[in-house]
Design a protein around this ligand. Structure first.
Ligand code: AP5
Length: 223
C-alpha cells in the first residue's frame, strides 16, 4: 500500500488482511513497537519518526526482513508503508527473488486538505492498535477502544508541524516509487476519498478477486 500519510493505508490494509487472509505488515507499526520496547534500534528510530523524517533504510530493512520470515507471511502479505525509498524497493525485490515478486502495488490518492482532517482526528488504541477518527469513525465511549476498552492516544508524529514534514518527505522520497512500479506494470491507483468501505470496494474490484473465496483458499493452503 503506497500513499501519503493519512491516506488510509493502514485502514485499508486491515480490511484486506481480513478479506484476503494474509497479514498486514506495517513498517510504522514495527518501528513503534521497537520504540515501545525501548530497544536501542527502537529508540534511535523514534528520533527520526518524531520529527517526521524517514528512519534509515538499513534499520527498516532489518525489521522487514525478519517479519517476512515469520510463518504467517509464508502464503502472502500486505505491505503497508513499505517500501518508501528507491533503495528499499530494490532491497525488497532482492528479498523476494526466490519466493516471487510483488503482485500489485495499490496507491491511494487523497488530497492534502483531506489528509490534514484525517490525521488531526486520528486516535489509536494503546493496547490493540484499533484505529478511530473523532469525526468519521468515533469510538462509542470517548477516549476508550470499542474492542478492549483501553485508552486511545494521539500519535506523537501527528502534530501539525511534523505532518507538514511527513508530507514533504513523501513527495521527495516516496512518490517517485509510483513511476518505478508503473514501469514494472504492477501499479494500480485508487481514489482514496469516500467511506472506508467504498475505498475497500474499489481496491478489491481492482484486484479482481472475491475476497471471501480467496481467504478460504489461503486458509486451506496453510500447513
Ligand atoms: P507510518 O506509521 O507508516 O505513517 P504514515 O505513512 O505517515 O501513514 P499513517 O499511518 O499516518 O496513515 P495511513 O495512510 O496508514 O492512514 P490511516 O489508515 O491511519 O510511518 C510513521 C513514521 O515511521 C514515518 O514518518 C517514518 O518516520 C517511519 N517509517 C515508517 N515506515 C518507514 C519506512 N518504510 N522507511 C523509513 N521510515 C519509515 O488513516 C488515518 C486516519 O484517517 C484514521 O483516523 C482513520 O480512521 C481515518 N480514515 C481512514 N480512511 C478514511 C476514509 N476513507 N474516510 C475518512 N477517514 C478515514
Amino acid at each position: 500500500m503506497l500513499g501519503p500519510p493519512g491516506a488510509g493505508k493502514g485502514t485499508q490494509a486491515r480490511v484486506l488482511q481480513d478479506r484476503l487472509g494474509v497479514p498486514q505488515i506495517a513498517s510504522g507499526d514495527l518501528l513503534r513497537a521497537a520504540a515501545r520496547d525501548r530497544s536501542t534500534l527502537g529508540l534511535n528510530a523514534k528520533r527520526y519518526m518524531d520529527r517526521g523524517s524517514l528512519v534509515p533504510d538499513e534499520v527498516v530493512l532489518k525489521l522487514i526482513a525478519a517479519r517476512l520470515h515469520e510463518s504467517d507471511a509464508a502464503a502472502g502479505f500486505i505491505l503497508d508503508g513499505f517500501p518508501r525509498t528507491r533503495e528499499q524497493a530494490e532491497a525488497l525485490a532482492t528479498m523476494l527473488k526466490d519466493s516471487g515478486a510483488l503482485d500489485r502495488v495499490i496507491a491511494l490518492n487523497v488530497p492534502d486538505e483531506e489528509i490534514i482532517k484525517r490525521i488531526s482526528g486520528r486516535r489509536t488504541c494503546r493496547n490493540c492498535g484499533e484505529m478511530y477518527h473523532l469525526v468519521f469513525d468515533p469510538p462509542r465511549n470517548q477516549d476508550h477502544c470499542n474492542e478492549c476498552n483501553s485508552e486511545l492516544y494521539q500519535r506523537d508524529d501527528d502534530s501539525e508541524d511534523t505532518l507538514r514534514m511527513r508530507l514533504q518527505v513523501y513527495v521527495a522520497e516516496t512518490r517517485p516509487l509510483l513511476e518505478y512500479y508503473q514501469r514494472q506494470g504492477i501499479l494500480t491507483q485508487v481514489d482514496g476519498i469516500g467511506r472506508p468501505e467504498e475505498v475497500a470496494g474499489r481496491i478489491l474490484k481492482q484486484l479482481g478477486v472475491d475476497g471471501a473465496k480467496l481467504a478460504a483458499a489461503k486458509k486451506g493452503a496453510q500447513p
